[in-house]
Ligand binder design. Structure first.
Ligand SMILES: Cc1cc2nc3c(=O)[nH]c(=O)nc-3n(C[C@H](O)[C@H](O)[C@H](O)COP(=O)(O)OP(=O)(O)OC[C@H]3O[C@@H](n4cnc5c(N)ncnc54)[C@H](O)[C@@H]3O)c2cc1C
Length: 390
């Protein structure tokens, strides 16, 4: 017989955004019965989420401090004409840690695993097996909505492998972009995170016009890169793949409606991600803290609150969409690396604010002035033809 559970707040999808909301509410509103309904058997799937120190404000760190598994004081980038060390802390959260912390924080009866959600309304979650969860408020955090039909996109796609190595690699800090590799399928770079003395995470990444990912071929390039660096794998501990949206333009309201107009949303489902990287962790932290500060957690209020929050974020990201239009539409695919190389020649504070999505007016002016790495005529045409302003 179908069962019904009732609670104060139910979160559909125990991924990054859903888990962070549950943890923020456990801290700020311990009186509430908050539940997570997740399709898989774990919280957070198979992920490593990384972020720069400046992405998270001092007052927001309490939410993720205990989730951080790896921390470094700086990182480097490498381009054909420049190698640079940047003194900006870098951190990684692993999904196994997020899973463990959520299980420590929420009592077992508040976590439902292996449950396929069929429908979400502002106050109900209907499961495929006929079970129901009713709540004062529901937040839908089940990952992306209909991105392709509502937005104009480029893609960041990658295959990453976490290797246990035969010998110590000797790399102290992450290489966030090694763009000295052969340029294939757009802008290509390798990302390397030293997770331990004999452990290295290597990811081969493409800023591509298409979302197709040849996992086998890219996996082989990961292995070839590791071999070329002298990092001999003993064992592959984990592999992850990703195809993330890079927004050039689109219609935010259509995107929001693609997963139901009157329902509260979080994470990728709310369109909350950095437009130039597709990364969503900093936005997920901010939204979780903002929700935990709301007194009214009814479905109707949360729907309006999360919609208005995400719509304001979308409006504030026009500059990034315009740069993405330049990168994907004005620069030829094999020349895209020049745009990024030029960007990394700018000041470290400007770079820090850029990734945090907090570029100032002088930052924007600085990014746009100087010798353009794309043909001016082409740039003007692209600016006219794409919907980055929307
Ligand atoms: C491999 C990879 C690496 C990434 N690395 C980074 C990074 O380093 N830094 C960063 O900021 N961003 C990163 N991102 C981008 C982004 O932050 C992640 O995709 C992030 O997990 C998105 O969070 P989310 O909560 O919106 O969605 P998810 O974390 O994907 O969570 C959605 C959850 O909903 C569940 N679900 C979906 N449908 C149903 C259903 N019908 N019934 C029940 N449950 C359902 C899923 O099982 C999942 O657990 C990465 C993405 C990928 C794919």
């Amino acid at each position: 017989m179908a069962s019904v559970q009732h609670c104060d707040l139910a979160i559909a999808g125990g991924g990054l955004a859903g888990a962070l909301i549950a943890l923020a509410l456990a801290e700020k509103r311990p009186d509430l019965d908050v539940r997570i309904i997740e399709g898989a058997d774990t919280i957070g799937g198979n992920h490593a989420w990384s972020f720069f120190g400046a992405d998270i404000a001092q007052g927001e760190r309490w939410l993720i401090e205990r989730l951080v598994v790896h921390a470094w004081p700086g990182y480097s980038i490498a381009f054909p004409r420049a190698v640079r060390q940047l003194p900006q802390p870098y951190y990684t959260i692993e999904s196994t840690r997020l899973d463990a912390i959520v299980r420590q924080t929420l009592a077992p009866e508040r976590l439902t695993f292996g449950a396929t959600i069929e429908e979400v309304t502002p106050t109900t979650i209907l499961l495929a097996n006929g079970d129901r969860v009713t709540a004062t408020g529901i937040i839908d955090a089940r990952g992306p909505g209909d991105l392709t039909r509502t937005m104009d996109l480029g893609w960041q796609k990658f295959v990453g492998r976490d290797y246990r190595l035969e010998a110590a690699h000797g790399l102290a800090n992450p290489i966030v972009m090694d763009a000295t590799v052969e340029q294939i399928d757009g802008y290509r770079f390798v990302y390397a995170l030293p997770f331990g003395v004999k452990r290295m995470f290597v990811e081969d990444t493409y800023y591509s016009d298409t979302p197709d990912l040849d996992v086998k071929a890219v996996g082989q390039r990961v292995a070839a890169y590791a071999a070329a660096r002298g990092w001999q794998p003993k064992r592959k501990l984990r592999e992850e793949t990703g195809v993330l949206p890079i927004t050039i333009g689109g219609d935010f309201e259509s995107y929001w409606r693609s997963t139901g107009a009157g329902v509260a949303k979080a994470g990728m489902r709310a369109g909350l991600f950095q437009p130039t990287t597709g990364y969503s962790l900093p936005d997920a932290v901010r939204l979780a803290i903002a929700i935990a500060a709301e007194r009214d957690l009814s479905g109707a209020h949360l729907a309006t609150f999360t919609h208005d929050y995400a719509a304001a974020a979308w409006r504030s990201q026009r500059f990034y969409r315009m740069l993405n239009a330049m990168l994907f539409r004005a620069a030829r695919p094999e020349e895209r690396w020049r745009v990024i190389e030029r960007f990394y020649g700018l000041g470290p504070n400007l770079i820090r604010r850029f990734y945090a999505g907090r570029s100032t007016f002088p930052d924007k002016a600085r990014i746009l002035t100087g010798k353009p790495p794309v043909p001016v005529g082409r740039a003007i045409k692209v600016l006219k033809e794409t919907s980055w302003r929307a």
